[in-house]
Design a protein around this ligand. Structure first.
Ligand code: C5P
Length: 311
């Protein structure tokens, strides 16, 4: 145990997709994407402590209903990293959940990315960014972005990333829903809708949005937000129409379903406007919880290592 660190604390951000263009179904069961990921300052916290064997504990306001066994993505992240390094997975991992689960905010992916970082630090692996990214993409399509953070163009199934430069401080309101949506079910509904229509309409290329983001052009960004999964999410969770309408009614610049939903995300002019929109939206009772967030922010990162604190 002497070559491990003490308690390691990592924060891992949620993401929204400000552009999510979904291509056709691939033979491997995934869809080709052209998406713009944007990391927001809504974080889960991952703590890793020395232990004998692997243990996972979940707590925090959004932990209810999650399993803490080998099926949890955080567990799988620790196990995969240990296997890759050829060591025993000796860690007591605690995930403090603040990101709503099955919400289209990539909370599970954040936990996996946070666990990779925390355990790499705990076990003093000195592992490079590209090696960690290779492990991340094995865990899920959004885990690579959760490691990298900020704003990025995602292609492939979402794991191939290219950083996008944006103006600092974009203000959003997240409306978390009462219900949950399983990502595979939303993609399957999109495939069903496309088969029924006999057409594959897609948002396509996000370059206009990326340019608007780079210029800091709020109005243009508002007009260009888009999500191909939205019609499928609305079909499975029709109550989201009320949330989107309520966001528009209380003055948000634009609103979309986040990822596969059911969270919705709204663009605001600035921090004060975001707080006002969140409060007004909460009063409409069209969502469980509405709160202001800021993007973009860094990906999963070590905040504290107990034995590195200077006395
Ligand atoms: O990669 P991840 O485990 O997050 O994906 C969950 C599910 O979402 C996949 O099994 C698939 O059904 C769907 N998915 C997809 N195309 C993507 C990403 C996810 O169809 N690019």
């Amino acid at each position: 145990m002497s070559d491990t660190a003490g308690l390691v604390t990592v924060t891992a951000p949620a993401k929204i997709n400000v552009h999510l263009a979904v291509g056709g179904l691939r033979p491997d069961g995934f869809h080709d994407l052209s998406t713009v990921f944007h990391a927001i300052d809504l974080h889960d916290t991952v703590l890793a402590a020395p232990a004998s064997g692997l243990a996972l504990r979940l707590d925090g306001p959004e932990a209810a209903g999650l399993r803490s066994d080998h099926t949890n993505l955080a567990w799988r992240a620790a196990a995969l990293l240990a296997e890759h390094a050829g060591i025993a997975p000796d860690a007591a991992v605690t995930v403090r959940k603040t990101i709503p689960i099955a919400a289209g905010l990539a909370g599970g992916s954040a936990d996996a990315a946070g666990t990779l970082r925390a355990c790499a630090e705990l076990w003093r692996l000195g592992i490079g960014a590209s090696e960690l990214a290779l492990l991340a993409e094995q865990l899920g399509s959004d885990v690579s972005f959760a490691l990298q953070g900020r704003t990025a163009l995602g292609t492939g199934r979402g794991e191939q990333l290219q950083q996008v430069q944006v103006r600092a401080n974009w203000h959003w309101v997240v409306a978390a829903a009462d219900g949950q949506l399983a990502t595979p079910a939303v993609y399957a509904e999109l495939d069903r809708q496309r088969a029924a229509d006999g057409a594959t309409r897609t948002l396509g290329d996000p370059s206009a949005l990326i340019e608007a983001f780079g210029r800091g052009d709020l109005e243009a960004v508002a007009g260009l937000l888009g999500n191909d999964l939205q019609p499928a999410a609305l079909a499975l969770a029709p109550y989201l129409r009320n949330t989107l309408q309520a966001g528009a009614d209380v003055g948000a610049l634009a609103g979309i379903v986040s990822g596969s939903g059911p969270s919705c995300v709204f663009l605001a002019r600035n921090a004060v406007h975001a707080t006002e929109v969140a409060a007004a939206l909460q009063k409409t009772q069209t969502c469980r919880l509405a709160f202001a967030v800021r993007g973009d922010v860094a990906g999963a990162q070590v905040r504290l290592r107990e034995d590195s604190v200077q006395q």
